[in-house]
Design a protein. Structure first.
Lengths: 409, 308
């Protein structure tokens, strides 16, 4: 165990003795991220729209009210509505076409007026993280609004319900009905429409309701930092082999697997070192709460080295350093592209999104994105960490076994 | 301290080391002498656990290198042929790391690092990165990394390749000091003079096989008291060889420019030899008379020069 510690310390010293390499590891992902964010409209520019498919089986004035509410003003900026038949909605959401499919069942309007139990059916696209949350929150807001309407206008709504079949108000004149509503509106005006006051001009940033392209790309930029740290550390195998230090190492009285475990731990620390300044700038730029800083950094440092483990395996399987470098590039760049590291999955075609969730970097990026955008708490983000660490450990052990057999014996 | 029995290492059909056996004790320098590609480095790699022998057994410090690898390795110090040092760590950091790799820590580690830095003549450059060193300084650091943990057995694989004369003498001195301390040193080289200067016992290896072994005195006795005469000039090989045979000498090597002969009482017989060879039409420019050395022994045993 002590030897692992000694080796990690040695590796870090080597990196710090080459500050140029370390700085470029920090600057390259930052520069790439900056360019991509700039090209795609800047950090506070383009917003993501959630595609919501709606099947209105009720076709009542209540259900149409929901459609109308979801299609208005600021909500319309975030949610793109499309009315579809039940079959088409089912088919398209199953194909991943759309962020969600909302089915308003027949009798919904009547049941809501009578305060009877009835369910809206919402199916969301599991390959998207932010848009389904937008839709869910918007619907919950609408349902809350409906509940308040019942509390304030309960009597009037009951009358409306009773009058639906006869097409005229039951037990009350139209004038009285209107007066009652006007009185109630007047009564709550002070609460609903507070007195005009002078307010400070601020940019509203309701958490979770709007996500800039830059923020969605930010976790991908961070995983690029992890990738650059991992790439350097995995090719260290060839450096040590060519220099003869690996041979000297194997001739020492230490288990060979300790070498790879030390490299793994080094990759964790390097990931943290490289990502820390990028994360700091990103948190500041995207106005992410700094309470999330160390948790995010810990997540990236612990899970990012899954890329190191994968790259190390590639290097050990490759016949030469050059071949290892070429194969790594051929595998890793498509992985980074597909896994949402260059472009967020929210902007990708559905078939690529369905692949992204199976990429190692996708497994790291999406929970981090959910955490940064407020979709998950830290416990939600860390819920999958054991799986990632297990995969990393298995890859490291496999790499150790193969390198011992291939390179030295 | 080192006991090698019937060591064999094959790569497919290629047999790199074939039935090699030797042993070396504490306080001795055992030389493995042979040309490049003879199997010296393969033997050392098997001894240090870098290669798994195809057959045979190796015991290092009383431990089997295959079944008790970690115990065997704990007493070994390795100085590989290539410069196995970290160019991006200072000399002190290199030594400290390799010392720690063998379990040294704290004050003991620091003392050993300081001591070795002094011995290899790098105390005043201890904080510099090796990329600023000369080739000889890097060699000395490579050497120091192998002995920082005070190994009982030191494996030196051609440690003076590419080293300037001054650094070479420095390394020889280090080897002698290790020997004086009781360290068992295994020294591979293809330089005859190094083997003659340093080694108490020798094994001459060629094409993976030991073709002669013993002390320098024992190996010289292979010539049965003959001296070596080397002539330079121009020769008619067939006639020159016949003349040597008539003079009861043995041709060790012969071409149109040089002739090497092993012959009893070389000094006394030299005039007759020169006369006999000249009579064949040879034009002799230079003559050297010497005692048998490893180079002439290798020539006698293999019929070829020691390939450098």
């Amino acid at each position: 165990m002590r030897f692992i510690f000694v080796t990690v310390r040695k590796e870090l010293k080597r990196r710090f003795n080459d500050p140029g390499g370390l700085i470029s590891s920090i600057m390259i992902p930052f520069a790439i991220g900056f360019l991509i964010v700039s090209v795609m409209g800047g950090g506070s520019g383009a917003s993501i729209k959630a595609g919501l498919l709606i099947t209105d089986l009720d076709d009542s004035f209540i259900s149409q009210g929901i459609l109308s509410a979801l299609g208005q003003d600021q909500v319309a900026d975030m949610i793109l509505l499309e009315k579809v038949s039940l079959d088409e909605g089912d088919r398209r959401i199953n194909e991943g076409d759309g962020s969600g499919h909302l089915v308003i069942p027949q009798g919904f309007g009547k049941a809501w007026l009578d305060r009877e139990e009835i369910a809206l059916q919402l199916t969301v696209n599991p390959s998207q993280s932010v848009s389904p949350r937008l839709i869910r929150e918007m619907l919950e807001s609408l349902l809350d609004l409906g509940d308040y309407l019942h509390k304030v206008f309960g009597g009037e709504l009951k009358i409306i319900s009773q009058s639906l079949e006869s097409n005229e108000l039951v037990g009350i004149s139209t004038a009285d009905f209107s007066t009652n509503i006007t009185d109630k509106v007047s009564g709550i005006t002070g609460l609903v429409f507070p007195p005009v006051m002078e307010v400070e001009d601020v940019t509203p940033q309701p958490e979770g309701s709007s996500f800039s392209m830059g923020l969605l790309m930010f976790p991908g930029i961070l995983i690029m930092a992890a990738f650059f740290a991992a790439n350097g550390q995995s090719s260290n195998f060839w450096t040590e082999k060519e220099k003869g230090t690996l041979g000297r190492w194997v001739a020492s009285p230490n288990a060979f697997s300790a070498f790879w475990v030390a490299q793994w731990f080094t990759a964790m620390l390097l990931t943290a070192i490289v990502a820390a300044p990028i994360m700091l700038m990103g948190f500041f730029y995207f106005d992410v709460s700094f309470e999330k800083y160390f948790t995010s950094l810990a997540w990236l440092a612990l899970t990012g080295p899954v890329l190191f483990a994968l790259l190390s395996l590639i290097q050990v399987l490759a016949p030469s350093r050059k071949a290892g470098s070429v194969i790594s590039t051929l595998i890793m760049f498509p992985l980074l592209m597909v896994g949402g590291s260059f472009f967020p999955t929210e902007t990708m075609p559905k078939f690529i999104v369905s692949i992204a969730q199976y990429t190692p970097n996708g497994r790291v990026v999406e929970p981090l994105k959910g955490y940064l955008t407020g979709e998950y708490g830290s416990s939600g983000m860390f819920s999958e960490i054991w799986g990632i660490l297990l995969v990393t450990l298995l890859l490291v052990l496999l790499t150790g076994a193969l390198s011992a057999r291939k390179a030295l014996v | 301290m080192i006991e090698v029995r019937d060591l064999q290492k094959s790569y497919g059909d290629l047999v790199a080391v074939n039935q090699v056996s030797f042993s070396a004790g504490a306080g001795t320098v055992f030389g493995l002498l042979g040309p490049n590609g003879a199997g010296k480095s393969t033997t050392i790699s098997c001894l240090s656990g870098l290669l798994k022998p195809t057959a045979g057994s190796i015991r290092v410090g009383g431990f089997d290198i295959s079944s008790e690898a970690l115990k065997a390795k704990a007493g070994l110090g390795i100085v590989p042929q290539e410069l196995a040092i970290y160019e991006d760590l200072s000399a002190r950091e290199n030594l400290a790391y390799w010392g720690a790799a063998y379990g040294l820590k704290g004050d003991k580690l620091k003392q050993r690092v300081d001591h070795v830095l002094g011995r290899i003549g790098l105390a005043d450059r201890a904080g510099d990165l090796p990329k600023t060193y000369s080739g000889g300084m890097k060699r000395r650091l490579n050497f120091g990394c192998g002995l920082v943990h005070e190994p009982a057995i030191l494996l030196l694989d051609e440690p003076t390749v590419g080293v300037d004369p001054q650094s070479r003498e420095h390394l020889f001195e280090l080897v002698r000091e290790e020997k004086a301390k009781g360290t068992c040193v295994l020294y591979t080289t293809h330089y005859m003079e190094e083997a003659e200067k340093l080694c108490d016992e020798l094994a001459i290896i060629d094409h993976g096989k030991i073709i002669a072994s013993g002390t320098l005195k024992e190996l010289r006795a292979e010539f049965g008291g003959n001296d070596i005469i080397q002539l330079s000039g121009s020769f008619e090989p067939a006639r020159a060889e016949q003349a040597v045979t008539e003079l009861n000498g043995e041709v060790l090597s012969l071409d149109t420019d040089t002739l090497m002969i092993a012959i009893r009482d070389g000094a006394r017989n030299l005039p007759a030899i020169l006369q006999g060879i000249s009579a064949t039409g040879a034009d002799i420019h230079d003559t050297r008379l010497s005692e048998p050395n490893l180079e002439s022994l290798f020539l006698k045993l293999t019929g070829t020069d020691l390939r450098a």
